[in-house]
Design a binder for this molecule. Structure first.
Ligand code: NDP
Length: 448
């Protein structure tokens, strides 16, 4: 058995009840085989055994009181996976599905994603099984304050800087930041995605979605093509999906479908993104509300219950922007059969291992999340740079830096894939390019 397979087998035994983490680790480790053939020195230094083990995992109690005076207890997590190239960086997810396996898979992917950005940021992730849906602002605030009371002990502007993710948007970041400031009596850059009024960066809200479109645009451009006139399907209608849809539309694409966990809307004439913004960002309502924006005579959109069937819609470009494992093998085969040419991931690990293999065995241009959704964390790093230099860059300045970063990520993963003999395989390109930088930093720093 190879070194990689040995480590993977051990990982599967040790983490048998963490399916998402095992899935992410399997995809990443298997693609690193050629790296270890080329670099036997990594094995001698136990790089892989150390790489798959988080530096630190913190699990803590989060008690809070609802509007009726009832006490609730949720579980909080922070996984500080790897700080070889910089302070831990990675979002917080509040969702009822959150558990250690999910936070570890996200933290593990984050190491490589952050490395690909070209910035000095390590990998981490955190969150809670708290579900903000249906909670009042007061309840969300009390939860966030309680969560931060404990997380405070483990983060810092030079050690670990969290951000948002599913269920953690500007409202939650504000409450978390407020509590950290109160406890520390200091106004640090401790959470990115902060409001502009208190040190945030322009474009951070748009960054993941815009970044996804910029890297996809580069992939199109390299093939002599563009977004103009392309039919695009986007899953989700949260932060990533909304701004991906907005930028794709700005570039001339026709976004025909978007979803939430209850179902999807389809409109062959193109979805009106401002309505989705109002429904999701302001009213925090269901996507089916979209139909209410049109009079009977004007209505061309339909709502279909059940979000998974969104991949049955014929499209040129599919952008999964909702959650992990939303595209299974059957959905991947359907996309292929329907002539989809590009699958570019805004979400983290939205494709199962089987679905990924369908894409890799086909002519579909497949950009994995760790490269394609790196625009968010890249702009977070730009936010940190602005905070520490006490400068504020304009929207255009941050946007153009974001675009450059995404184009560079594309070029990097494309070159590395070629260098290792896997042309057009961006899973290989992303994993190898991201890993080598981290491995070299770990080599330089000794066995720690
Ligand atoms: P949000 O919470 O803003 O939105 C998530 C969206 O996905 C919601 O519309 C939600 O609908 C929908 N959704 C959840 N589960 C399903 C499902 N099974 N089928 C269809 N839709 C579903 O999260 P983000 O947009 O921030 O994050 C989306 C993905 O992007 C995640 O994988 C996240 O890790 C990743 N990501 C986010 C970054 C960021 O900067 N925000 C950065 C990099 C990656 P509902 O409201 O019904 O639950």
């Amino acid at each position: 058995m190879s070194y990689v397979q040995d480590v993977l087998e051990d990982l599967k035994k040790k983490n048998a009840n963490e399916p998402e983490f095992v899935q992410a680790a399997t995809e990443i480790l298997e693609s690193l085989e050629p790296v270890f053939e080329k670099h036997p020195e990594y094995k001698k230094m136990g790089i892989l055994e150390r790489f798959v083990e988080p530096e630190r995992v913190v699990i803590f109690r989060v008690p809070w009181v609802d509007d009726n005076g009832k006490v609730h207890v949720n579980r909080g997590y922070r996984v500080q996976f790897n700080s070889a190239i910089g302070p831990y960086k990675g979002g917080l997810r509040f969702d009822k599905s959150v558990n250690l396996s999910i936070i570890k898979f996200l933290g593990f992917e984050q190491i490589l994603k952050n490395s690909l950005t070209g910035m000095s940021i390590g990998g981490g992730k955190g969150g809670s099984d708290f579900n903000p849906k249906g909670k009042s602002d007061g309840e969300v605030m009390r939860f966030c304050q309680s969560f931060m009371n404990e997380l405070y002990n483990y983060i810092g502007p030079d050690s670990d800087v969290p951000a948002g993710d599913i269920g953690v948007g500007s409202r939650e970041v504000g409450y978390l930041f407020g509590q950290y400031s109160r406890l520390s009596n200091e106004h640090h850059c401790i959470l990115t995605g902060s409001g502009i009024e208190y040190g945030g960066s322009l474009v951070r809200t748009e960054a993941t979605g815009y970044g996804l479109i910029y890297i996809t645009e580069e992939a199109l451009k390299q093939r002599g093509d563009s977004f103009k006139g392309k039919k695009v399907v986007i899953s989700g209608s949260g932060n990533v999906a909304i701004y991906a849809a907005e930028k794709a539309t700005m570039l001339g694409a026709n976004v025909v479908a978007m979803s939430d966990s209850s179902g999807y809307i389809y409109d062959e004439n193109g979805i009106q993104i401002p309505f989705i913004k109002e429904i999701k960002e302001i009213n925090r309502a269901r996507i089916s509300e979209y139909l209410n924006y049109f009079s009977k005579n004007d209505l061309t959109a339909e709502f279909v219950e059940g979000s998974n069937n969104i991949w049955n819609i014929k499209c040129d470009i599919a952008l999964p922007c909702a959650t992990q494992n939303e595209i299974n093998e059957d959905a991947a085969k359907t996309l292929l059969k329907n002539g989809t040419k590009y699958v570019c991931e805004g979400a983290n690990m939205p494709s199962t291992l089987e679905a990924t293999n369908v894409f890799l065995d086909s002519d579909i241009v497949y950009l994995p999340g760790k490269a394609a959704n790196a625009g968010g964390v890249s702009t977070s790093a730009l936010e940190m740079a602005q905070r520490s230099s006490k400068l504020h860059w304009s929207f255009e300045e941050v946007d153009s830096k974001l675009k450059n970063i995404m184009v560079n990520i594309y070029k990097n993963i494309d070159n590395v894939a070629r260098e290792y003999g896997f042309e057009d395989n961006y899973v290989m390109g992303s994993n190898i390019a991201g890993f080598i930088k981290v491995a070299n930093a770990m080599m330089a720093q000794g066995i720690i």
